[in-house]
Design a protein around this ligand. Structure first.
Ligand code: NAD
Length: 410
């Protein structure tokens, strides 16, 4: 299955429970618009660099489309379609007035100089500026994109359309970004887990053991919040290596190490382990927080965690999901768990439109409320329909998008 087919497999599993007709199913899974553009730039050495960019706009029934931009060699049409559709379902799960979109450029940003990266970003905006906009489609950070890149997007878009901070979220706070956006996804991940632990009578984060794959924006903030609450993160991996420590890794010191060396690898006092070793670690909770498709039929039977907390998008393939469900492992799904990022992106957009800025306490309180309400809704569906959290999340999302579609009229 392609990445997009995998998302649609989950969609159909929920659609069957809901008795959706084949025609409605087809309409809801089909993207509204798919854009593929040439993003060629002059490299610093005078040669031509040729790259392909994508923006997939999946659904706009419930509001402007929203979703990140990924700069990674794996970016292709199917991945962007999958991630765009996940954004439609995610914004609906947390009940934001948005649709879903996603995009990116097939590039390894580490192969570019900072000036080339800026040129590439600006070139991409030149190619797609007419289909994005504060009331149309609002990009945000994802893998290998950051607040500086969002600032370039805002600047370039504003050259075409006038001053437009609300065209993109995840901007630096000095340039109309929201307080609390940087940490929001990781913070939401931990709140999602806490809601489940309390509901299932499984106690607190304190004393529990965690393995985290990915130590970028989402993984590193999730680790910090788990550590603050007394959780023991015993295994962490990133693209360059992985480390383990029986008693728990000292996260604040690891953050300093990564700031200097750009990897968790070689962290003093920890053991080097394999990337697969992170996924199979003897822990209570496994937190995939890097790329998609890492929990597969090949490794799902060996995962020792009892809870999989999907901080990454689409980390679990359908075959693996079935194996985990059969083994009684609770999978808390991406479209709920990592929705904190888009939720605070929504607050950023709302602040930009109102030209008014919120204090961080208000951002965090509103984020907490959204995560709690989303969990309560999912938990009700899990219990009443006797389905997994993932199917429940899709049922809630399809219901909201479907009703909005019917009310607006086809
Ligand atoms: P990031 O670029 O900040 O970090 C990615 C991390 O993954 C890095 O530590 C990188 O080294 C690691 N990684 C990459 N390839 C790997 C591999 N093969 N094995 C192990 N580790 C690897 O990206 P991010 O923003 O933290 O995004 C991580 C995940 O969370 C993605 O799936 C993204 O779609 C999802 N997500 C991000 C946000 C957000 O607000 N940034 C919101 C929702 C979901």
């Amino acid at each position: 299955m392609s990445a997009f087919e995998e998302v649609n497999y989950y969609f159909r599993k929920a659609a069957r429970v809901m008795d959706l007709s084949a025609a409605v199913e087809k309409m809801l899974v089909t993207p509204f618009r798919e854009v593929k553009v040439d993003v060629s730039i002059a490299l610093d050495n005078g040669q031509l660099g040729t790259f392909i960019g994508y923006r997939i706009q999946h659904d706009k029934t419930r509001g402007p489309m929203k979703g990140g931009l990924r700069f990674h060699p794996s970016v292709d049409l199917a991945e962007a379609q999958a991630l765009a559709s996940l954004m439609t379902w995610k914004t609906a799960v947390v009940n934001l007035p948005y649709g879903g979109a996603k995009g990116g450029i097939a590039v390894d940003p580490e192969s570019l100089t900072p000036r080339e990266l800026e040129r590439l970003t600006r070139r991409f905006v030149q190619q797609i500026h007419d289909i994005i906009g504060p009331q149309q489609d609002i990009p945000a950070p994802d893998v290998n994109t950051n607040p500086q890149i969002m600032a370039w997007i805002m600047d370039e878009y504003s050259k075409f359309h006038g001053f437009s901070p609300a065209v993109v979220t995840g901007k630096p706070v000095e340039l109309f970004g929201s307080k609390g956006r940087e940490e929001a996804t990781g913070r939401g991940v931990v709140w999602a887990l806490e809601e489940y632990l309390a509901d299932a009578g499984l106690g607190e984060v304190r004393g529990k053991r965690f393995a985290v794959q990915g130590f970028g924006n989402v993984g590193s903030w999730a680790c910090r919040f788990l550590h603050e609450r007394g959780g023991r993160v015993v295994a962490i991996g990133d693209a360059r290596g992985a480390i383990g420590h029986r008693e728990g890794i000292d996260i604040p010191t690891l953050v300093e190490h990564v700031a200097k060396t750009r990897s968790v690898a070689g962290f003093p006092g920890a053991q080097g382990i394999s990337n697969e070793g992170v996924l199979l670690a003897d822990v209570d909770v496994l937190v995939p927080a890097a790329l998609g498709g890492v929990i597969t039929e090949a490794n799902a039977k060996d995962i020792r965690a009892r809870i999989v907390l999907e901080a990454a998008n689409a980390p679990t393939t359908p075959g693996a999901d079935d194996i985990l469900e059969g083994r009684g492992v609770t999978v808390l799904p991406d479209i709920f768990v990592n929705a904190g990022g888009v939720t605070v992106s929504y607050f950023e957009w709302a602040q930009n439109i109102q030209q008014f800025s919120w204090e961080e306490e208000k951002v965090n309180a509103e984020l907490h409320r959204h995560m709690r309400e989303a969990y309560a809704t999912l938990a009700r569906v899990v219990k009443s329909r006797k389905v997994s959290f993932r199917t429940a999340a899709f049922i809630v999302a399809i219901g909201r998008v479907g009703r909005a579609t019917v009310l607006r009229g086809v």
